[in-house]
Design a protein around this ligand. Structure first.
Ligand code: NAX
Ligand code: ADP
Ligand code: K
Length: 509
């Protein structure tokens, strides 16, 4: 499991540890890890090539530029820069807040032979400094590596004009950028980005991940993330967490020798309509490939479903008349008419776990949902989430973590928010939000969400909690898309077809 903690939790753990260590020891640990990651990148062992024509791999002779802000983040960059300078790199530090730059770090860099260049933020728009800014921009475009130490945990809002200009100079020329702790300009706690922000190739983060390193849009700024252990003890619950193979393998059901189809879990599916019969087929496909003992289908797509999947138990009446199930999925392709609404209400009236997706989300009554005793799982994409919250879609996309938490709390349900990073929030706010990292943009294809609801519904029927079914389901679904795509486009049926490969992959570890 990867854990991400809030700024407040990291700060508390830092002060607790600092009280027991000699002054500056923690920053030295951070700087040592940062310098080692920079050295590996310069040696050609990083996520991006950092060897320019005419220079061999390694630290010796490399040109490194540090962007240094007002706080401890700049301190880390300066101490790491000193370490690189001692190994023969040409290191220059651009101080954006010269009066506030970390004193000890400056002394260390100067002693190691590094160059210190005052480049005060407030001179960025002063014509008297135009030549200076031009000069430092050129330095950046010629560097082998740029280290972003502008802001870390104390950063507020986006980059200011001068910092944004420097970051842009490096990025425009494809100079590798290593962010210290987090890319400056992102919001560490929410993954939101309010203004210009550094886009790094590698982020070296200390002690724990931060939610912003896992959640879009900030995540896109972080590049590859490397976690450095600096000895922090973070006792409280994480703000966010990401499952990995071993976690999912432990959650996936495995039939016991005595299992029969009922014990493995029967999932009911109420999806599809005369207009969208395909949604029914895709949802059933997802459920069958995720280990349900049996699938009962109830709805107008019964003939299409049984033609494709003869093992399905089909009926065309109301879901409550279809027979016993351990969980229901309702909504994909159901349509918007009265009949669809009647089916959703019929499913939600049953005292078993229910997953509501797509069109089903049109018919939710908050109070009735909150009154349900069996778990409810809602699986909206950003547009559907926006409608449920009464905000614009762009707002949900910009504030995914806040939005999914708000939905879970307002509807008293577990919520899986789909998209570039899939998030799962439980109504209990003390539970970390789960972030799924297995997806691929190839999943953004019609019908792949229908497959996901079948997958998660099947896991609900097998007895997983709504939170586990949603997060393990999203994990398998994303991984299946990767297996199916392998660099090329996929359709939703390919994703369903690759579920067994994803399952085996997870179980192999
Ligand atoms: N406290 C410690 O012992 C450790 C701290 N570490 C580093 O220290 C960082 C935290 O240090 P700080 O608390 O000093 O925080 P920052 O380094 O983020 O600096 C905060 C300061 O930057 C300025 N600032 C805020 N937003 C800005 C913006 N948008 N543009 C320009 N300037 C802005 C403000 O003056 C603020 O006081 C961590 O992220 C980590 O890199 C590590 O060395 C590990 C140990
Ligand atoms: N950019 C993206 N990167 C990764 N996954 C994505 C991206 N966009 C969409 N997805 C995933 O693709 C699936 C699409 O589901 P959905 O929007 O319900 O589509 P549909 O209704 O056509 O089935 C979801 O699992 C979602 O998380
Ligand atoms: K930074």
């Amino acid at each position: 499991m990867r854990h991400a903690h809030s700024v407040q939790a990291v700060r508390a753990a830092e002060s607790e540890l600092m009280a027991r260590l000699p002054e500056g020891a923690l920053m030295q640990r951070a700087a040592a890890g940062l310098a080692a990651a920079c050295a590996a990148l310069l040696a050609g062992r990083g996520p991006v090539p950092a060897v320019r024509p005419g220079r061999g791999p390694g630290v010796y002779g490399a040109r490194v530029v540090l962007l240094v802000g007002a706080g401890g983040n700049g301190g880390d960059a300066l101490y790491a820069g000193a370490r690189l300078a001692r190994r023969g790199a040409g290191v220059a530090a651009l101080l954006l807040a010269p009066g506030k730059a970390h004193r000890g770090g400056l002394t260390a860099l100067a002693a190691a032979g590094g160059e210190i260049i005052e480049t005060a933020e407030e001179t960025a728009t002063d014509p008297a400094y135009a030549a200076h800014w031009h000069h430092v921009e050129r330095m950046l475009t010629r560097a082998d590596l740029v280290v972003d130490g502008i802001t870390g945990l104390g950063g507020r809002g986006g980059l200011r004009t001068g910092a944004a200009r420097l970051a842009h100079a490096a990025e425009a020329d494809k100079v590798p950028v290593v962010a210290v702790d987090l890319p400056s300009g992102i919001d560490a706690d929410t993954g939101e980005v309010h203004g210009p922000a550094v886009t790094a190739d590698l982020t070296v983060t200390f002690g724990t991940h931060k939610p912003g390193l896992l959640v879009d849009p900030a995540r896109e700024h972080a590049g590859t993330v490397r976690l450095i252990d600096i000895g922090l003890d973070l006792p409280g619950p994480a703000a966010a967490e990401a499952l990995q193979h071993a976690d999912v393998a432990a959650l996936l059901p495995r039939p016991a020798p005595e299992s029969d189809k009922y014990r493995r879990g029967v999932v009911g599916i109420c999806a599809g309509s005369a207009r969208y019969p395909g949604a029914a087929v895709l949802c059933v496909h997802g459920a069958l490939r995720t280990g349900a003992g049996a699938v009962r289908y109830a709805g107008p797509g019964d003939q299409a479903v049984v033609a494709r999947f003869p093992e399905t138990l089909v009926s065309s009446g109301l879901p409550s008349e279809a027979g016993r199930v351990q969980a229901w999925v309702v909504g994909p392709g159901l349509g918007e008419d009265e009949e669809a609404g009647r089916r959703v209400a019929d499913v939600l009236a049953q005292d078993v776990p229910v997953l509501v997706d797509a069109d089903g989300l049109r018919f939710l009554d908050r109070d009735r949902l909150r009154a349900r005793t069996a778990p409810t799982l809602l699986t909206p994409h950003a547009g559907e989430a926006a409608r449920l919250l009464g905000v614009e879609r762009e707002h949900v996309e910009a504030a995914r973590l806040t939005s999914v938490r708000r939905l879970a709390s307002e509807y008293g349900a577990t919520v899986l928010l789909k998209g570039s990073t899939t998030l799962v929030a439980a109504p209990d706010e003390s539970m970390p939000v789960r972030v799924n990292a297995t997806g691929t943009p190839w999943l953004a294809t019609a019908g792949s969400g229908d497959v996901l609801s079948g997958v998660a519904g099947s896991l609900l029927a097998a007895g997983l909690s709504a939170r586990d079914a949603a997060s393990a389901g999203a994990y398998l679904h994303g991984l299946a898309a990767r297996h199916a795509a392998d660099g090329a486009p996929v359709d939703a049926q390919d994703v369903a077809g690759a579920l067994p490969a994803a399952w085996r992959d997870v179980k192999r570890g």
